[in-house]
Ligand binder design. Structure first.
Ligand code: UTP
Length: 472
């Protein structure tokens, strides 16, 4: 054993983790190097944090909840309207886009276990007629912003170790879908080890710890570690538009939202949709002891989840859709002050090797995995703004293999929404529909375009309708 490995062994033994060296003597030189490299990157100082996360799961934090204010929709019926207060601020957001002060942050480092697709989720062919992938949808949405405001925001894509190469290759093979490659930056998020029932690191092999992505909340640290915050600073990016790769309908950079965020002097903003069903499994934006935060649905008592106001509407209605704006200065401040987001533990099935070196694929949860959640930045911000958006317009997540959030369900909801726009403008709903993201951001924009178009009046709506710029 060399000195470096000796030091590591001493440190791991002191932390009660000496078992990671169990097979050391039978490892070849390459395997030894691999294990050493991995162990060097494990922060043993985090052990206490991991124990706290497990303890919190067993004994959840006491909360004192109250509803939080939001800018509510001014028209709740299709094709909807955002709050007047937000729409009035759109010019400020548009100026920010024209001045090139907005960056788009797309997190795509998840494992997509529930979808069960063999590849990065962004490579999933989702649109109903052309099979356009999620990544291309976002690239085209960005191009539309670029054409409208004269500047295309830089795109920062967070990937995980497991999908980094495939994601980079996919974009390269598709010529960055027409975006400037200099304006598309990929960066890998961090990894966290898992702990078994005895609090020991789970081994994936004789020369490897099991590690998994550290959650979408890993984005704050990764942006800093991988030089992305610096890049944003150098480009003059003041506002970061955070979106998740699985939300097909999310605008990549929404001028009204950006304008509202700036005019309110917010450090973090979020979009919510109205929760109608008290049992819906969605995190709720509210106050805990007066501090804005997102609280998991599991932390609400039945009674709280069912509380209603004088109009019979849920008091805790603000379902978070994981769409945020962050001020660059705020994220810089967090990392400069070393303010980590809290770790959350989850009991999961983690494949591993047993003490005899045999591979085990558990059928029941056997280990604790750890992740950080991006919404935990909310209580750290000095000012937070919440904007209600129409659910069908901006929230269509691809999560599962089937059901409403599976590919078929998502395509159906997508066509329902855009079909309604065509019906509102042209009087008839097409049998199937796809709208090129370059054409319109939402139904309001499409309706306006269709009403002004003479070509549209000639369209054969008895056939599947693919609306592109050439259709007009
Ligand atoms: P989800 O929490 O839905 O997880 O991620 P997932 O990995 O996509 O799917 P499951 O749970 O394994 O089925 C929401 C968003 O956060 C990103 C995902 O890529 C997705 O855009 N994410 C999640 C990360 O970037 N990193 C993570 O560690 C976790």
């Amino acid at each position: 054993m060399n000195n470096q490995a000796d030091d590591l062994r001493t440190a791991f033994e002191a932390a009660g983790q000496g078992h990671v060296f169990r097979w050391w003597d039978e490892l070849g030189e390459r395997s030894k190097r691999r294990l050493t490299r991995q162990l060097e990157n494990v922060n043993l100082g985090r052990m206490a944090e991991m124990s706290n996360a497990m303890a919190e799961l067993k004994q959840p934090k006491q909360r004192t909840l109250s509803p939080a204010p939001a800018f509510e929709l001014s028209n709740e019926k299709f094709p909807y309207n955002l709050a007047d207060g937000a729409r009035a601020m759109a010019p400020q957001g548009e100026k920010e886009l024209r001045d090139g002060r907005v960056g788009v942050l797309l997190v795509a480092g998840g494992q997509g276990t529930r979808l069960g697709f063999d590849g990065p989720k962004g490579c999933y062919k989702i649109l109903p007629l052309t099979g356009m992938t999620l990544f291309e949808v976002f690239a085209r949405k960005l191009q539309r912003i670029g054409r409208e405001y004269g500047k295309t925001p830089p795109l920062y894509v967070m990937v995980g170790n497991h999908n980094e190469a495939e994601t980079r290759n996919f974009w390269q093979d598709h010529d960055y879908f027409g975006l400037n490659p200099d304006d598309v930056k990929f960066f890998a998020q961090g990894e966290m080890p898992a702990l078994d029932a005895d609090g020991r690191f789970v081994m994936a092999g004789k020369d490897a710890l099991f590690t998994g992505p550290d959650g979408h909340g890993g984005v704050v640290q990764a942006l800093n570690d991988k030089g992305m915050l610096k890049d944003m600073r150098e480009r003059g990016v003041r506002v970061i538009s955070y979106i998740q790769v699985d939300n097909l309908q999310v605008p990549v950079a929404d001028p009204a939202f950006i304008g509202l965020h700036l005019s309110e002097g917010a450090e973090v903003s979020l979009k919510v949709v109205r929760k109608e069903d008290p049992a819906e499994r969605v995190g709720i934006f509210c106050h805990d002891e007066g501090v804005p935060c997102i609280v998991e649905y599991t932390e609400f008592s039945d009674e709280q989840a069912n509380e209603r106001d004088g109009n019979g509407r849920l008091r805790y209605w603000q379902g978070s859709i994981a769409v945020h704006l962050f001020s660059t200065d705020f994220l810089m401040r967090l990392v400069e002050r070393g303010m980590d987001l809290p770790l959350h533990a989850a009991h999961k099935k983690v494949p591993h090797i047993d003490p005899d070196g045999n591979e085990v694929s558990p059928t029941e949860p056997n280990a604790w995995k750890f992740e950080r959640f991006v919404f935990d930045v909310i209580p750290m911000a000095s000012n937070v703004v919440c904007l209600e958006v129409p659910r069908e317009e901006q929230f269509l997540p691809l999560k599962n293999a089937d059901g409403p959030f599976g590919p078929d369900g998502a395509r159906q909801s997508y066509q329902q929404y855009w079909g309604s726009a065509v019906e509102a403008a042209l009087g008839k709903r097409p049998s199937a529909i796809e709208v090129d993201p370059l054409v319109a951001e939402n139904a309001r924009e499409l309706i306006e375009r269709l009403k002004e178009s003479t070509a549209a009046k000639q369209w054969d709506l008895s056939k599947p309708l693919h609306i592109t710029a050439k259709s007009f």
